[in-house]
Ligand binder design. Structure first.
Ligand SMILES: [Zn+2]
Length: 676
């Protein structure tokens, strides 16, 4: 049987032949591709020649090319165009792939070649890009436990397996707790204040549960609007308390013991690998580099934003009492009065703005923006295979007219597509045999599709989302790196959001909005006052929001900088970590850690600070553009060369300094957010 996944791809630009791929092709193709990759690995590890950068590090980076192509198709389609069968297939294949990558990490001969090179790296005459690759490869072996022997190695495996079980269980408990709660409303009066569409959804939810009336849940699309709009204070209190005490009820789903086990196992693992604590281990390849730098950063931001947080708190309290609220503002009042004050001050909402942001217009405007900044040109192509008729493909040319990348746009919701928006790739850029392999980049989103009478219209937030993902895609498309593991978005976690968040800034620039935002019916330009209001509203409550994010980051760092196993009370620990940022009275019955999936489920442990870190970077970078004129080509060229093309070819701080001429400061961020 011919398997198109294994053939060489005779399509334009060697893109995946989606029209030929069927679900039953994946397993045999992956088995075969793993076999090929394993042979390549053996050739490196058994090489009788002494290790060199080329025959070991670079060779390792080139291994498994076919495997990478096939898994990119599999995983990308499983997110953008999946089915029950494809999900099952992906689940079956995941352990096979994990096993193969573990086999590489624990290949002792291979590791010893990389280790020899790492230990003499200063004498090898490597370029900074080569050194980055060597360090990255060495680090992934070390963090995979390759440097351990005997019992340590066995214990390390145990900890890894235990941690993946516990973090999964942690998430499961949170999800079960989220699903276990419902607020069932049966009387019309208890719906006061809620928007029509939210009420409809709640009625449908009740219907699904064979109940009369309306059901609200702790899932975001239900919880958030309820807290913002419900006039019933008691019900808001009930909802908030349920939300903020998930997995903290002294029952079978209580996550306290899991929090303790997870932080202690992480600490044990870090110590085995020679680090003081888990944060030190994690931050080793980040822009922030070490826990003390994160601490300094958070401290600086805390000091600078504290007054703004108190001011925001007072504003809401004053507004509430002017509007008949009696007594203190409690947690369950915050979103409600914030929303009311925001509306009273800025009078903007999505429905007024949407007609100015038709999708085709926005896409052309973003293309145009990158053409002005970076000289790019986008040509639609109709002979490239796609996985769904709604996907469009674009050839991206640089100023010299050579093909730089291929861009897939898959923008509307479908059954079988995950929610939200993301950038991904079917192939990453690299240099092979002196030839630049062009990257195949994709943006997937869920923007409303056009109807018979209306084009697809974006909300202002969706405009920002599009810009954000486009920023990631530029990082992927413009990449000029030699090695795949360093190209495009393969950069430090706390650096990767710079190109994406940088692009968001344009949504607030009059000059750019003016150039394209016209009413799709009347052709009238977006009124200037409206742009001004958008801008003003963007800084609304930023002091409070910043303070809250800092609280989470303090809590994260507190848990992950312990140097001795923890055996105290989770709630006491949390109280002391959060005490400085707390603006509401402390409550014994509420707890954040027990449902903080970023830290104890997903991969943000010792990384939560990264959200604010990236905002500081993007504000500082954009400030540079602002100082020299936002369309200044010299600045844009430097940004392109040092950030967008450079991927992970050098340390992020070095790259940033080359672009900016100095280290980032928090000033631009403070100014943009109205914090000073
Ligand atoms: Zn992003």
């Amino acid at each position: 049987m011919v398997n198109p996944l294994l053939e060489s791809w005779a399509t334009p630009h060697e893109t995946p032949p989606f029209h030929l791929i069927e679900i039953n092709h994946y397993k045999p193709a992956i088995d075969e591709a793993i076999k090929i990759a394993a042979e390549e690995i053996t050739r490196i590890s058994e090489n009788p020649e002494p290790p060199t950068f080329e025959n070991s590090v670079a060779a390792l980076d080139n291994c498994g090319e076919k495997l990478g192509q096939i898994t990119a198709v599999l995983f990308n389609l499983n997110s953008a165009e999946t089915s029950k069968e494809l999900m099952a297939e992906t689940q079956d294949l995941s352990p096979v792939l994990t096993r193969f990558s573990n086999d590489i990490t624990l290949n002792e001969k291979l590791f010893s070649r990389i280790k020899v090179l790492f230990e003499s790296k200063d004498k090898l005459g490597l370029s900074s890009e080569q050194e980055m690759l060597l360090v990255k490869k060495y680090r992934s072996f070390i963090l995979g436990g390759a440097g351990l022997n005997g019992n340590d190695r066995i214990r390390f495996r145990e900890i890894s397996e235990e941690l993946s079980k516990l973090t999964l269980k942690f998430e499961e408990n949170v999800l079960d707790e989220t699903n276990a709660f419902e607020l069932h409303i049966t009387e019309n009066k208890d719906l006061a204040g809620l928007p029509e569409d939210i009420i409809e959804t709640a009625a449908a939810e009740a219907g699904k549960r064979s109940k009369d009336g309306w059901v609200f849940t702790l899932h975001f699309p239900s919880y958030i609007p309820f807290m913002q709009y419900s006039e019933n204070r008691e019900l808001r209190e009930k909802m908030l308390k349920a939300y903020s005490s998930k997995a903290f009820h002294n029952d079978i789903r209580d996550n306290r013991s899991l929090v303790i086990s997870i932080v202690n196992l992480r600490l044990e693992m870090a110590k085995m690998l020679g680090f003081k604590n888990y944060a030190e281990m994690t931050l080793g390849d980040r822009m922030a580099e070490e826990p003390s730098k994160v601490a300094t950063f958070l401290e600086e931001l805390f000091t600078a934003s504290r007054n703004a947080a108190l001011r925001d708190h007072m504003n809401i309290a004053d507004f509430a009492s002017e509007n008949g609220h009696d007594g203190k503002i409690e947690r369950w009042d915050w979103a409600y009065f914030s929303e009311k004050l925001k509306k009273a001050r800025y009078h903007i909402d999505d429905e007024i703005l949407k007609p100015y942001f038709s999708l085709d217009n926005v896409r052309e405007a973003i293309f145009g923006l990158t053409s002005r900044l970076f000289g790019l040109e986008f040509k639609v192509s109709d002979d490239i295979p796609v996985y769904h008729t709604e996907v469009s493909t674009w050839e991206v040319y640089n100023e010299e007219g050579s093909l730089t990348a291929l861009l897939y746009l898959d923008l509307h919701p479908r059954k079988g597509k995950s929610g939200g928006a993301w950038m991904t790739s079917f192939r990453e850029q690299k240099i092979r045999d002196d030839r630049r392999i062009i990257p195949l980049i994709s943006i997937v989103s869920n923007f409303a599709r056009p109807s018979g009478t209306k084009p697809s219209l974006l909300t202002f937030n969706e405009l920002i989302t599009f810009l954000h993902e486009f920023g990631h895609s530029l990082h992927g498309m413009l990449s000029q790196c030699t090695y795949e593991s360093l190209s495009g978005t393969n950069v430090a976690r706390d650096f990767v959001e710079l190109p994406s968040q940088f692009m968001e800034n344009w949504a607030f620039e009059k000059e750019w909005l003016d150039s394209f935002a016209v009413h799709y019916k009347t052709g009238e330009k977006i009124p200037f006052e409206m742009i001004q209001k958008i801008k003003d509203a963007s800084a609304f409550n930023e002091g409070y929001a910043c303070n809250r994010q800092l609280g989470f980051a303090f809590l994260d760092m507190a848990w992950h900088t312990i140097t001795e196993p923890f055996d105290g009370e989770v709630n006491d620990f949390e109280e002391s970590a959060l005490s400085r940022t707390e603006l509401f009275p402390w409550s014994e019955t509420l707890n954040m850690s027990c449902s903080f999936t970023h830290l104890f489920g997903g991969g943000y442990a010792a990384g939560y600070y990264g959200y604010k870190w990236a905002e500081v970077l993007d504000a500082d970078a954009f400030q540079f553009f602002r100082e020299s004129g936002i369309f200044n080509r010299e600045v844009a060229d430097s940004y392109r060369k040092n950030i967008l093309e450079a991927g992970g070819s050098d340390k992020p701080m070095n790259l940033y300094m080359k672009f900016r001429g100095k280290e980032p400061s928090i000033d631009a961020f403070l100014k943009r957010s109205g914090l000073k």
